[in-house]
Design a protein around this ligand. Structure first.
Ligand code: AMP
Length: 115
């Protein structure tokens, strides 16, 4: 497994506010929240970025990430008002951590276009 900050969180080498975990997935609160609810949902296997996704190979895992997002949105009571899921890719996408992650953002009105 790689040595991104998220693989260290998976291995419990650094602390995180974990809100959900399965054999395949981990979800924890973002350390610099951009909304009242800001949770990162990550696969435990190392997929650095969107362009490393193989649709056939990772289809089930991606489904589980969306299931986790829906479940957490309900649990955080942001499902009815709405929320935003964000996956940043690469430099122009604003990706800082090269371990695939989905941002679940909610609890306030989101703007468009994004910054
Ligand atoms: P991105 O810019 O899409 O790669 O998002 C990376 C996110 O990881 C940012 O929103 C950071 O605030 C968040 N982050 C970085 N380090 C940690 C950490 N130790 N615990 C929780 N979130 C973190």
């Amino acid at each position: 497994m790689g040595d991104t900050i998220f693989s260290k969180i998976i291995k419990r080498e650094i602390p995180a506010d974990i809100v959900y975990e399965t054999d395949d997935i981990l979800a924890f609160r973002d350390i610099r929240p951009q909304a009242p609810v800001h949770i990162l949902i990550i696969p435990k296997i190392e997929i650095p970025k969107i362009t490393d996704i193989d649709g056939n190979k990772h289809a089930q895992l991606l489904g589980k990430l969306f299931d986790a997002a829906n479940m957490l949105a309900k649990e955080m009571k942001i499902d009815e008002d709405g929320f935003r899921l964000v996956l940043n890719c690469g430099n122009n996408g604003g990706q800082d951590v090269y371990h695939l992650h989905m941002h679940l953002l909610g609890g306030r009105q989101m703007k468009w276009p994004p910054g």
